[in-house]
Design a protein around this ligand. Structure first.
Ligand code: FSO
Ligand code: SF4
Length: 554
């Protein structure tokens, strides 16, 4: 067993190249290797499963494991090596089930079987870690462009798995999306495929992910209603408190139900902020406000929060000793030693979280603080579409800037704060995901009665932003690229990768991406993205705004 690893799936990767001994995110080499082996086992399951699906044999348990397994390997989700091993054993068992079912149907796979689809996993953690070398990404292919394309597809699939998992939890899935996981993962083992094949597959992936975003939107709005404009206090209320982070609305809903009438106030952190705008969530009187900013500030903000902390999804960081006793994880997010709340018999029992909140005592006084307005998802914005179109035609709204994406810990993200500040007063800003914490408490004022900053929601709500852009294009009888709209995106982890691929598959051009470009994209693939899609790295706010609006830079 060695202590080496190779991971370059997120924006904060070491030296913008790869994490080789320890993840900048806190992921140990052991966890990274176990995650590589899980992805390898999932590719093997997909190889047989894809053939089984083509023969009309489906397996709902395997669909679910692929989703959960891939989501487990997304940045800042699961740091617990021991918790990952059972998923590998299960993937191999389901792989064998698919193989047997195929053989019984008389359609057994012919020809050579890739190693990922035939390996036998060790039965203990040390043995699995020894095996993980063959699953490491550098061993994947000798051609750096093929490796880059395979990683692009894999990371996109990981992001889509997160969205599919959220939708599934609320009772929505799509067979085409489920099927694409098998096709995509299985293609990652096919040495006959060349760059053009992967590029075509990546474009089809973008379409599959668009469908996945659509079912997630239907899941969230179906369960909790369409978000409405909502004022959210950034201060606090006297008494016991629970802070909920991550993206999972069902966890939040169940916790709200279980805390009702107990004198505890609930607060959101990071990506959970948009939850305040959903009618069925905001109906809870004790769902009070938002505390703190984005995920990378949790070390300081969680330490200062005088209550219990619940992580429903990424991004978790190594907990500080000052709050290890009052932080909990649930769903796929896990950290060794942190108490995990499982779903049992269809229900999550948050009693330990509630006890920890009561024990911590909470805030000693009321301090409501500033308020921010959120809730500008597709339903609300499209409700005002007629007015917006008139204002654009009258020259009163000059341009739309979508400044969206993830926040992160590396320096250089002030670009997004400065950009938002410098957007001319006759332009509207749309935003989503945790990158907005760089500027969402600034005063942007109004433009012709519309707030100049429109918060569409989580990264999970990217569908809303895309639907708004498509509806505006329809209203103006033009393409999205002809609209007075520019996309200024910040990326951090693999959900951002899948959203970017969806935008490219929809033909959206001239996206500006930062703060740095992905380390997994090779120079040739980057060249192709620049030539075909006009993808641009961010430069400086002044230069980029001037370039977009066609005026001289200050
Ligand atoms: Fe942020 Fe983390 Fe939502 Fe990501 S909290 S960085 S793209 O997991 O998911 O935007
Ligand atoms: Fe490094 Fe990012 Fe991988 Fe963590 S997820 S090990 S920070 S590249």
């Amino acid at each position: 067993m060695t202590n080496s690893m190779f991971c370059r799936q997120c924006e904060q990767t070491q030296n913008s190249k790869a994490c080789l001994n320890q993840g900048v995110c806190g992921k140990s080499a052991e966890t990274a290797r176990m995650q590589d082996l899980l992805v390898y086992a999932l590719k093997g399951l997909a190889w047989h499963g894809h053939k089984a699906r083509q023969a009309g044999i489906k397996d709902a348990e395997a669909d679910r494991l692929i989703m959960e397994g891939l989501f487990t390997t997304v940045t800042n989700v699961n740091f617990d090596t021991a918790a990952i091993a059972p998923m590998i054993w299960k993937a191999v068992a389901l792989r064998e089930r698919a193989k047997t079912a195929l053989a019984k149907s008389g359609k057994a796979a012919q020809g050579p079987v890739p190693p990922a689809a035939s390996f036998s996993p060790a039965q203990d953690i040390a043995g699995l870690l020894d095996q993980s070398g063959e699953a490491a990404l550098p061993a994947d292919h000798k051609d750096e462009d093929i490796r880059a394309l395979r990683e692009t597809l894999l990371f996109g699939l990981k992001g889509m798995a997160a969205y599919a998992d959220h939708a599934f939890i609320l009772g929505k899935e799509d067979d085409g999306v489920n099927g694409f996981f098998y096709e995509g993962l299985s293609a990652l083992t096919d040495d006959k495929l060349g760059a053009q094949d992967y590029l075509a597959l990546i474009m089809r992936f973008g379409q599959a992910n668009f469908k996945c975003l659509e079912i997630l939107d239907a899941a969230n709005t179906g369960a909790y209603g369409h978000p409405v404009p909502t004022q959210v206090p950034l201060g606090h209320k006297k008494g016991p408190a629970i802070l909920v982070s991550g993206h999972d609305l069902r966890d939040l809903f169940e916790l709200l139900e279980q805390t009702e009438g107990k004198g505890i106030s609930l607060y959101t952190h990071g990506e959970m902020l948009p939850a305040h705008a959903y009618p069925k969530l905001k109906a809870f009187k004790h769902f009070y406000g938002h505390y703190g900013s984005a995920w990378q500030n949790q070390y300081k903000e969680f330490a200062e929060f005088p209550g219990a902390l619940l992580m429903t999804t990424n991004c978790i960081q190594r907990p500080a000793s000052s709050y290890t006793g009052r932080i909990f994880t649930t769903g796929l997010v896990q950290w060794p030693g942190v108490k995990h709340i499982e779903r049992a018999a269809g229900k999550k029992d948050f009693a330990p979280v509630i006890e920890a909140a009561l024990e911590a005592g909470g805030f000693s006084e009321d301090a409501p603080g500033k308020e921010i307005t959120i809730g500008f998802a597709r339903n609300t914005v499209l409700g005002a579409a007629e007015t917006v179109v008139k204002l654009v035609k009258a020259g009163k709204i000059k341009h739309f800037f979508l400044i969206g994406g993830c926040d992160g810990a590396k320096p250089g993200r002030n670009y997004y704060t400065d950009f938002a500040r410098k957007v001319p007063k006759d332009c509207l800003i749309l935003t989503l995901a945790c990158g907005k914490f760089r500027f969402n408490t600034l005063e942007f004022g109004e433009l012709e009665g519309l707030p100049r900053l429109l918060d569409c929601g989580q990264c999970n709500d990217a569908y809303s932003a895309i639907v708004i852009a498509l509806a505006l294009a329809k209203a103006f009888n033009c393409t999205v690229n002809e609209l007075p709209l520019s996309l200024i995106l910040s990326w951090y982890e693999q959900k951002a990768v899948c959203i970017l691929l969806t935008l490219l598959s929809l033909g959206v051009k001239n996206i500006r991406l930062g703060p740095t470009l992905p380390a997994f994209v090779s120079p040739n693939i980057l060249k192709a993205l620049v030539e075909n899609f006009g993808l641009k790295p961010v430069t400086t706010p002044d230069k980029d705004i001037a370039d977009i609006l066609g005026v001289a830079a200050k």
